[in-house]
Design a protein around this ligand. Sequence first.
Ligand SMILES: NC(=O)c1ccc[n+]([C@@H]2O[C@H](COP(=O)([O-])OP(=O)(O)OC[C@H]3O[C@@H](n4cnc5c(N)ncnc54)[C@H](O)[C@@H]3O)[C@@H](O)[C@H]2O)c1
Length: 416
Amino acid sequence: MSNFKVGYIGAGFIAQFHAKALKFVRNVDLAGVYSVKGAEELAAFARKSGVGDCKVHASIADLCNSVDAVCIFAPNFARIEIMQAIVDAKEAGAPLQGVIVEKPLGRTVAEGQKLVDLAREAGLPTAYFENQIHMKGIKAALAQLKPQQDSMGPLALARSAEEHAGPHEPWFWDPTRQGGGVLSDMGCHSIAVGWYVLTPLGKPMRFLEPVSVSAETALLKWGTPRGLKVLKEKMGVDYTKTPAEDFATGVVTFRNPETGQLVKAQFTNSWMYDKQGLRLLMDGLGQGYAFELNTLQSSLQIFIGDEAADAVADAETALEKSTSSRGLLTVEPNEADLYGYTDEIEDAVAAFKQGKDALLNFEYGLEITKLCQAAYMSAEKGRVIDLTDPAVQEELKTYTSLIAQGRGGEILQVRP
Ligand SMILES: NC(=O)c1ccc[n+]([C@@H]2O[C@H](COP(=O)([O-])OP(=O)(O)OC[C@H]3O[C@@H](n4cnc5c(N)ncnc54)[C@H](O)[C@@H]3O)[C@@H](O)[C@H]2O)c1
């Protein structure tokens, strides 16, 4: 049987990461790519590393006609037009078996809903890529603690954090194009993984019912005189005009519909984590048992002293969003596997081959977008958002946060 063929739309940071992940996935080829920039380089990497005879395509329609599934790995602001082009191609006869989209599903609930509607209209199975739920460490923790869940009850508190020193491309920093700041960019990960680990084993992804959200957003590093200057010089972004939050934290409360038990997922996200590089930190607490996962605690550390620093290699080969190339460095030799990229593509391909949605589909992604937007709403209004109130659900349908409107200066501190 021939390999399942995937095509990438976008050839930047995450497309390259997913291309590396494919080295560890059997029977899936990167067969094509369409991108504004970087397509030739990605295709060359794919061919050289043996993950597929990747062809560069001149249009989305052309790509869709040559692959079994397409992955939207382009910036958040281009989601709708890309999805529309995929649906048009499918309706014109492209033999697609599924569509994958990276997080966040949409910059607003309305955008996320549009993606859901387009996919359903075209009868396309979907996968929403939230890698942290597929992390082998998370799966192992839950499997290991199954006997404790069975005898002592499910986890009651989850704490999840994703932090680094700031994103790599200017569009991430522009709240009008990205959808906000770090809460839109990374809060979606932490809220999703928190919800997941709290869910009793064997229950569906959306079994626990979201009850309320409380959150705060702040600009702690990149709104200072030094932060503003560095951002302007390095990214060409002016946070005196359209600032976004570089720190967000909050709590989502969920209700178990069978027992009535309330459980809590606390999330913390920042673009001001000036340590070695990206850190994912999760823990879960049940009665008499717990787990903790920290991706900065690798079994491999290297040391480069000042004397030897002339010869440093690219720091990001050691760790995503690495901030330093000398001293005591943490190295993660297989980040694509560590962060769950290999497992999420395996899950999506297996589902698409059976004509089904992946474990996490677009509808699930929409729920995560809703929780993130409710967190923005909470931070703006300075109060807990009651998700059981039909009026709140109605308001969320058309809500765009002040920060995403480019009006972050009204609620965030900027000190030129
Ligand atoms: N799961 C994760 O941890 C993770 C990490 C990084 C990014 N992401 C997500 O992946 C997506 C892409 O992020 P990135 O970091 O790769 O961004 P990037 O800026 O590094 O790369 C984006 C790529 O898309 C191309 N592009 C831009 N507009 C396009 C269009 N209209 N049509 C086709 N291609 C277009 C660009 O030329 C570039 O190759 C974002 O939605 C982001 O949220 C997820």
